[in-house]
Design a protein around this ligand. Structure first.
Ligand code: ZN
Length: 119
């Protein structure tokens, strides 16, 4: 678990703090709130907590290796693996990006949309 955390942290830095799928700024224990978009107050949203995302899911034999891990926000990570048949990272990323463009993914956290709204 320690090693996984390290990989996740490295990936987060490599991705400049942004989620692999939605591109929104994430946070983790180490970086606290510093990577959050400016202007946010209070606790960072749980949805945007940085998690280690297995490109090939663990359930399919995916390993805790640098090649198989990217940093993704909790929301994107959960939403992918909630599906019975998790889509490939490429397909899922396109799906998320399309929803983002339509303002229908994590809408509450999109810049310029203010608070509230659905996600
Ligand atoms: Zn995300």
């Amino acid at each position: 678990m320690k090693a996984l955390k390290k990989i996740r942290h490295r990936k987060m830095l490599a991705q400049e703090g942004r989620c692999y799928y939605c591109g929104l700024p994430m946070w983790d224990e180490a970086n606290g709130y510093s990577l959050l978009a400016a202007g946010r107050k209070g606790r960072p949203p749980r949805a945007l907590q940085c998690t280690a995302e297995h490109l090939l899911p663990r359930s399919e034999g995916g390993a805790d290796t640098s090649e198989n891990i990217v940093a993704a926000c909790l929301f994107c990570n959960n939403a992918r693996h909630r599906r019975k048949q998790p889509p490939s990272p490429e397909i899922y990323r396109m799906h998320v990006q399309r929803r983002m463009a339509a303002g229908r993914w994590l809408a509450a956290y999109l810049p310029g949309t203010g608070q509230g709204g659905s996600r």
